[in-house]
Write a protein that binds this ligand. Sequence first.
Ligand SMILES: [Zn+2]
Length: 181
Amino acid sequence: MSDRLPKFIDPLILADKNAHLAGKIPLSSLSRLHELLVNNVGEVTVSLFFGKEGKTAKIEGKICAVLAVKCQRCLEPVEWPIESDIKLGIVSSLDKAGKLTGDLEPLILPEENKIALTDIIEDEILILLPDIPKHSNNCAITIPANNSALLNEYRQPAVNNPFSILAELNIQETSDGSTKK
Ligand SMILES: [Zn+2]
């Protein structure tokens, strides 16, 4: 079996064939995740079995990846391993989604029956990502108690321009008197 996964799939046809898709999807191709991750290095390992449960087409399988998210305490990257079972029932409408039995989650198929594989994987990963990721133990960086400049930087992560950070730090240092005698 090749590692190359199709971009678009027709889950109904694959279910008829009891197909198995396995391979890797680069994180760089999952654009909805980009703003949530520190970087897009790595891949999602995907293994999906298509089949039927009664008359319902379904997808079962597993995805796993190691994501780099930003610790909301120290703002350094945290490796965030994910491993999740996928159990999706293919339905054509919200109405039918409500009637799914068993533990299948609904996957509503667009009219043309084709869906981007990356969309399915992105949806799964978005559910798995924590709202406020943090290092599980203590964060590695320590903040020197007497260094207000570092402390300010620590509190103001949202500034993109390094020069504006510097300017802001200078203003704050003088206004709170910490650099004066
Ligand atoms: Zn941390």
